[in-house]
Write a protein that binds this ligand. Structure first.
Ligand code: ZN
Length: 193
């Protein structure tokens, strides 16, 4: 079954983007529903089911309307700063940074966790082994470690959860959706026999 057919939403457009550099090891969901996968991800994505894991994660951002939520939360924060300015309180780079660290980035990390969980669910329903997502993130963690030479960004500064936390969450979610995957495999077997 195609991944998009389990989404129960309008069709998604997935584009293979020419890389700004071969080093961009990422994928993204754009406002409006387009999904972009950069060629640099080839280092971590070796099979069709691993590609499905990446697409499933990005489609989940679209289904969960994370772009809209992000825009709404930015607008809310801007209103808050406007209110501070009206009250004569300082709105400067420090206040903006505090807003980013205490509101925007935690929200972004939450969105990533949600997309990870829904992504493996979509893969399982589509008949792709959801454990593929764990392999992709383990490779990404390895690549990241090589690039950063062991220097890690503190969790509260990051827009994404740390890889060990993400991989642990994915493993739990994979176990939850495994019965769905087994059922999808069986359904596919009987439809071909
Ligand atoms: Zn994401």
């Amino acid at each position: 079954m195609a991944l998009c057919s389990v989404c129960m939403a309008r069709p998604h457009r997935v584009r293979h983007a020419p890389p700004p550099t071969e080093d961009v090891m990422n994928a993204a969901a754009m406002p409006g529903g387009k999904v972009v996968i950069f060629t640099g991800l080839k280092k971590c994505v070796h099979t069709e089911e691993e590609l499905a894991a990446v697409i499933g994660h990005e489609i989940s951002h679209v289904l969960l309307r994370h772009s809209a939520e992000q825009m709404g939360s930015t607008a809310l924060m801007n209103y808050f700063f406007f209110l501070l300015a009206l009250l004569g309180l300082p709105v400067n780079e420090l206040t903006l940074l505090l807003g980013d660290l205490t509101w925007q980035r935690p929200n972004s990390r939450l969105h990533e966790k949600e997309a990870d969980a829904v992504g493996v669910l979509l893969c399982a329903k589509a008949g792709y082994n959801p454990a593929a997502a764990v392999r992709v993130f383990e490779r990404m963690a390895g690549e990241e470690l090589k690039r950063s030479k062991g220097v890690t960004v503190p969790g509260f500064l990051s827009t994404h959860p740390a890889f060990p936390e993400r991989i642990a969450l994915l493993k739990r979610e994979v176990e939850k959706v495994r019965p769905l995957y087994e059922a999808s495999k069986e359904a596919a077997f009987f439809s071909f026999t």
